[in-house]
Design a protein around this ligand. Structure first.
Ligand code: FAD
Length: 483
């Protein structure tokens, strides 16, 4: 195999030139494997296959490496916060290994996209509330035993109390023994004495997953909790890439020696007896022995695949949902926090979502470089439906009404949506009640010569490390078949 690939690589400039996108005949291949998507899963698979001596071609819809790992450009948002993936867990072995191998330094992550500890204020039901006032505040709707912490930590305390999954087995969430927990967060919180108002605040306002309590399986939260516990065991070893997380996929992409077709959205994937043909825009084609599709299900369902995946897998691709996320970035033109003496960041139950003051200037770590209204849940969907100008005006007005010192204190700088984005469709997958039971085992099954990877197919890990895990699994799956 190595010899064969050596021959192909020697001919690379010709063989992998743009014209090679044209299908030259049934038995000719542009590569052993065509990988759709240059996010972490696709890049990890591509590098592993390349190292093993196979020819690989990557096809990517956008003009960059990284997919949902996306650092803002300095000219768009000063300090370059993360628009996508933020924290790298200390136990992200594959990702940390890639960073080290390709020369990307890992540093602290908190300032990049989150406010510093102690710099937050709660804006609930038109009240500005300091964290120490929250427990006894009239706007706190949580039941006795869950009033401490933050407006959302109450629900996490319930997940912690009920979590039946063994701490030492991160695959347990998919086993039939725990399927009885594949039920809605709403029902579980109700049984714990939460009112509708409390559930809305805790899991349907600024929730990092899904849109509301009825749309999420509590089993998913149990797995997230165990994953977090496991990651915190490696305390101090994670963080974020210095200069932005996007530097990791960029460095991986630079290490990949073969061809990447950017700005080439895939329209069609056609499985054949001896290969797979990928149809791109402008009717270009790429043909390979195997295809690895790393698209999130939300992007996958926009393209044609033949043969259609089998029934349950097809339903899974059609139905898997993605957490809405929209960000509106501002630059502070006045130190509004000094004017009212309150913390600069706010967790709010309004259209302004989580409003966070970010400090991303290494020369001056206390300078607020930008602020972001970070919107999730139904709020993100509502904002995303608006014309962008109206959305920015509505969020600015909400902020000014909520906190008078913000009046005229912000200059809009950048709008970013993961919702209205055909190549993402949301931030990351979430499982609705019943979906883990129905779909989890089917998500990554090969469809003939078409294989699947991506964060949503991961078993042990989540987020970026889940993407890396899935790319590794799929690369070995295909290597086995290529022999
Ligand atoms: C706002 C946000 C915050 C996050 N926070 C964290 C965090 O703190 N920690 C963490 O670990 N993870 C986090 N994540 C999740 C993490 O970013 C993802 O799990 C991971 O990057 C997914 O990688 P992937 O390769 O599976 O998919 P992607 O990165 O989505 O890669 C898929 C690629 O396919 C391309 N593509 C799509 N459609 C087509 C098409 N038709 N043709 C060709 N190419 C196509 C896309 O452009 C993309 O490059 C966050 C994500 C977001 C959006």
């Amino acid at each position: 195999m190595l010899k064969k690939s050596g021959v192909l690589l020697a001919a690379a400039p010709f063989y992998f030139g743009l014209n090679s996108c044209v299908n030259t005949g049934k038995n000719s291949f542009d590569a052993d494997v065509v990988i759709i998507g240059a996010g972490l899963s696709g890049l990890n698979a591509a590098l592993l296959l390349e190292e093993a001596g196979f020819t690989v071609k990557i096809v990517e819809a956008t003009d960059r490496f990284g997919g949902r790992v996306h650092t803002a450009k300095e000219e768009n948002v000063p300090g370059r916060p993360e628009l996508g993936a933020n924290g790298i867990g200390g136990g992200y072995a594959r990702l940390l290994n890639a960073a080290q191998k390709y020369g990307v330094e890992i540093g602290e992550y908190r300032p990049r996209t989150e406010p510093r500890k102690g710099e937050i204020l709660y804006a609930v039901n038109k009240n500005l509330i300091l964290p120490e006032q929250w427990e006894g505040h009239a706007a706190n709707p949580h039941p006795e035993g869950y009033r401490k912490g933050s407006p959302t930590s109450s629900a996490w305390s319930v997940y912690g109390k009920l979590n039946p999954l063994p701490k030492n087995d991160l695959t347990a969430w998919r086993t039939p023994e725990f399927h009885k927990w594949d039920r809605s967060v709403y029902d579980v919180l109700k049984e714990e004495g939460f009112s509708d108002e409390a559930i809305k605040l805790a899991v349907a306002t600024n929730s990092s997953y899904g849109v509301d309590g009825k749309s999420i399986s509590v089993l998913m939260y149990f797995q997230i909790l165990n994953f977090i516990v496991q990651q915190s065991a490696f305390n101090g070893q994670g963080g974020a890439a210095v200069g932005g997380n996007q530097r990791i996929p960029e460095a991986m992409g630079a290490a990949f020696k073969q061809d990447v077709l950017f700005e080439s959205p895939v329209k069609r994937i056609q499985g054949e007896i001896d290969g797979v043909t990928i149809g791109l825009k402008n009717d270009k084609k790429v043909r390979a022995r195997y295809a690895l599709c790393t698209l999130p299900a939300s992007a996958l369902r926009r393209i044609e695949m033949s043969p259609n995946p089998e029934g349950i897998q097809n339903n899974a691709f059609q139905e898997l949902s993605y957490t809405p996320c929209v960000q509106i970035h501002f630059v502070p033109i006045r130190k509004y926090w000094e004017e009212d003496g309150l913390p600069p960041s706010m967790w709010s139950d309004t259209l302004a979502g989580r409003f966070m003051a970010l400090k991303n200037d290494p020369q001056n770590p206390d300078r607020v470089t930008s602020c972001v209204a970070y919107l999730n849940s139904n709020v993100a969907l509502e904002i995303d439906k608006m014309d962008q100008k109206d959305a920015i005006a509505a969020v600015t007005k909400t902020l000014e009404e909520m906190r008078p010192s913000l009046k005229g204190a912000l200059k809009f700088t950048y709008y970013w949506t993961w919702v209205n984005n055909p190549y993402a469709g949301g931030a990351y997958a979430y499982w609705k009640p019943g979906q883990i039971t129905k779909f989890a085992d089917h998500m990554a099954k090969p469809n003939g010569r078409i294989h699947f990877a991506g964060e949503h197919t991961a078993i042990v890990n989540r987020g970026m490390e889940g993407a890396m895990e899935s790319g590794e699994r799929a690369a070995f799956e295909i290597m086995d078949l290529l022999g």
